[in-house]
Structure formats: C-alpha cells, structure tokens
Design a binder for this molecule. Sequence first.
Ligand code: ADP
Length: 524
Amino acid sequence: MPTYSSALDVLRDVFGYPAFRGEQAQIIDHVAGGGDALVLMPTGGGKSLCYQIPALLRPGCAVVVSPLIALMQDQVDALTQAGVKAACLNSTLDWREAQAVEQAMFSGNLDLVYIAPERLLLDRTLAMLDALYEAGKLALFAIDEAHCVSQWGHDFRPEYLQLSALHERYPAVPRIALTATADQATRNEILSRLGLGEARVFLSSFDRPNIRYTVIEKDNAKKQLLGFLAGRQGQAGIVYCLSRKKVEETAEWLSAQGYPALPYHAGLPAPERAANQRRFLREEGLIMCATIAFGMGIDKPDVRFVAHLDLPKSIEAYYQETGRAGRDGEPSEAWMAYGMQDVALQHARIAESGAAEGQKILESQRLTALLAYCEAPRCRRQVLLNYFGEERVPCGNCDVCAEPPELWDGTQAAQKALSAIFRTGMRFGVTHLTDILRGKATDKVKQWNHDQLPTFGVGGDLDDHAWKSVFRQLAAAGLVHVDMAEHGALQLTETAREVLKGQRTVQLRRPMRRKAAPAKSSRT
Ligand code: ADP
C-alpha cells in the first residue's frame, strides 16, 4: 500500500497534477488533520480532490455521501484508473456485489467508498461503520452536494436531514460538506442542519471569468435563440426551459433548424432520460433542452453555452445552472431571454408552493434580486458576485460592460406608470396599463371607463416597448409587485408611494435592444 508523506505527493503521484488550485491545499490540510469543513466552491472548482486526498492521507476508508448514483460509477472508474482503491454502494449493485464491497471495506482494502444517503442510513450499513469506527478505520465523511439538505432548494433530499446523526455517532471522524451553492441562507441552513457549527468554512471566489453573461429582453424567444446560436453550430450547450412541454417543443424545433437537440425532464421515461444524458456527455456538439431536473453533477468540460429561455427562480439557481458552461476554462456563454410574463410565472410558483409565509417572503426576495440582476445598469459579474458577498471591478466580459446602457431620469415616467396602477385599483397587467398610458381606447379600456382617467394618454412620449421596460424596471426596483393570483396584476409597494409623492427619484435604463453576442468561433 503506498504511503504518502504529503498532500502534494498525492496530487502529483496519484492525480498527475503539478499544483493545487485555489484553496485546495488549505482545505486538504485542515481535513487531513481531523477538522470539519464546509467547502463552497463553484462548479468545476475542484471539490473532489478536497476529500479524495485526505481520504488517502488518513488511515482507513473514507465514506463519500452523494445523491448522484448515476455518476458514482464514473468517479470510481476514474479513481481506480489512478490506482486508488474505490468502490460504490448503491441500489445498482446486486446483493453479491454489495457484499463484496462491504467485505473489502471491512478488511481495509478500500480507500474510498461512495454511498447513496438512503443506503448509508440502513441499519446494516451503520453496523458496519460502527465496527470500522471501533477499529479506527473510518478516515472521514464527505457530504457531497450538501445543499441537498436545504428543504427549499429544488435538490432537496429528505435523507440528508438525517446525516447530522453521523457526528453524534462518530464524533472523532472529520466531516467535509461540499457544495457549489453559496447564498448566505443556504450556507446557514447547511451548517445548522448538518450540525457543522464548529466547521471551518472555506469560501472560494465564485467568479467564472471565462463565462460571458448576456441578458436580453424576451420578444420572440425562439427567434432570439436562433440568433444566439448562429455561428455556434457544433457546440455543446444546454437550453433551460421552465416546462416539460416547452423542453420537448424546443428540442424538436432546434433539431429541425439544424441544431441537433435532445430533451431532458423528469417526466420522460428513465431509460430515455439516461440515454439522452449519456449521448450529451459522450457525443460532440449536442444541445440538451432541459428543465432544472438536468444538471446536478453533470461533468462535461466543453459545454460552450447555457441559454435560459425562461427566468430561473433565483440568482443562486441561475449561477449554478450557468456554471455548467465552460468547466474547461475556455470562453463560454451564459445567455438569457426574460420578460414580464416570466416574473409573473415565478411569483405564481411561489404563491402556489404551499410554503410557510416566511419562506414565501424569502423566495420573493430571491426572485427580486434576480430581476435586479436582469435590469441592473451595472456589470453583470459585479452584481452576481456581490450577491455572494464578493466585491469586484467591472469585468469587461459581459453585455453591460461591452455596451453600457444609457441611463435617464425616469422619475416622471415612473410616476405616470405607478399612478396608472393606482387609479385602476391595482387589478391590471402590463398590457392594459400600457394601453391606458398611451391613450389607446381598446374595448377593455372602454369597458372599464379607463379612457376617462386623468392618466389616460399621458404616456404618448414612449412606445409600448419602452413602457414595458419601465414596468419591468419598477418591478426589479421593488416599487411594483406582480400578483399572479390576480392574473399578473401590478400592485404598488410601500416605496412606490415615496415616488408618487416626489420624495424619491428613479433612474432607468433605456430599453435593451441588444442583438445576441456574436459567436467568436464555431468550433475550437
Ligand atoms: P467540482 O466537483 O468542484 O465541480 P471537480 O472536482 O470535478 O470539480 O474538478 C473539476 C475538474 O478540475 C476536474 O477535471 C479535475 O480533475 C480538475 N482539477 C481539480 N483540481 C485540479 C488541480 N489542482 N489541478 C488541475 N486540475 C484540477
């Protein structure tokens, strides 16, 4: 059995890399020395080595808890190739295979074992861990994808809640929890639910300098997507949509347009889903049209773009999804088209979620933060990284830096828009309000006598497009709330009153009219 004198030896001899990246060395030192850790590192940052190397430095077998059964075998194969004794224990093994793994673990013939959480918590597995613990042969616990413990995240796994028992049962074994999800609320949830109060937190920079961010205003999403894809033939990418139906339609449509695309969502039969995932990983230049069901743990280095046809639910979700682009460090694109309808749909999702009131408020705040990102006249990267607590100078690699939006004093326009909302009883959506402002006597306007309002026709100076942009920016600034229970009706918030009373000014950006970013090269 090889013995390694230092982490650097293991990195070089086993994994074949010359140097550590970022905070890997400190994390490995801390865990190898027996400390608990919470590691927050972006996708592709190199989290695996943070537990794999301490696993080799400490005596006994390391237990890696991961919800990604489909990917365990890949990890084990890669480790085995590097000469590490690794195996996995999950529902894909028959009892004979499982028994062989357990025996190897017990007789000290394994350095690392990957276990699905539900398997770990079986009495049988715990009894085996008890025995290993007694013999001093448990090296560490790694809890991968630790955000799965967050009850409100879309990756929630109930079994993760029980992982706090590991600490009580095996107090002398260090634990390292890892995730690419980093907003403060989730971070706190992980620390408290996994009983990691004493753990050292390693927060890496979440910057992904090779990803270029672009947000455009949704107009004709399909056409806009096609514009974005022009010149990107042969590139692998992910297109996220909100609904399963839209996933299927988009995949079919893209294929018909000459961009080979596959669908992926939780409603597809498991074999088809697995086959599509496999093809996306192994073949070149495929586009995966998917709901958020696709992505966690997908390690494809050359995903050149992630496009969002619908608004995600938070900056956290957006960042995790876009983070799947460019893991190889090569230039990549994060592109999103969004409109007011998206905002309404996301508000509806929150309203109908059945969550407690406090949670709904938190989710609404997260959505508002994402809207502010979409509408901000500031460098996209600055806004994103600020959200994760990092200060930045403008990046020069996003649409806003490339083409800074023009700002204007929109106080008067905002007052007109807000007063249209107020005078119509806060019961109408953007289209009707825009008609009133522009003085269009539509049937609906006449039916409600809205052509008699003092606000009727006061907004002739801006076109429909500009008014829609004003409304979106008012929502992003928290002056207006979109109520989906009222079919997307706009309502005033407390701060809106300050604007109406002239106690507050409003800076707006000119409506976005950007074209898709030009593709730099089709295939590199
Ligand atoms: P994460 O789990 O954080 O998404 P991985 O652990 O899968 O990231 O690592 C991403 C890629 O970076 C992998 O291909 C891995 O081999 C590589 N990598 C990790 N650490 C280093 C390093 N110190 N030097 C070179 N490559 C590294």
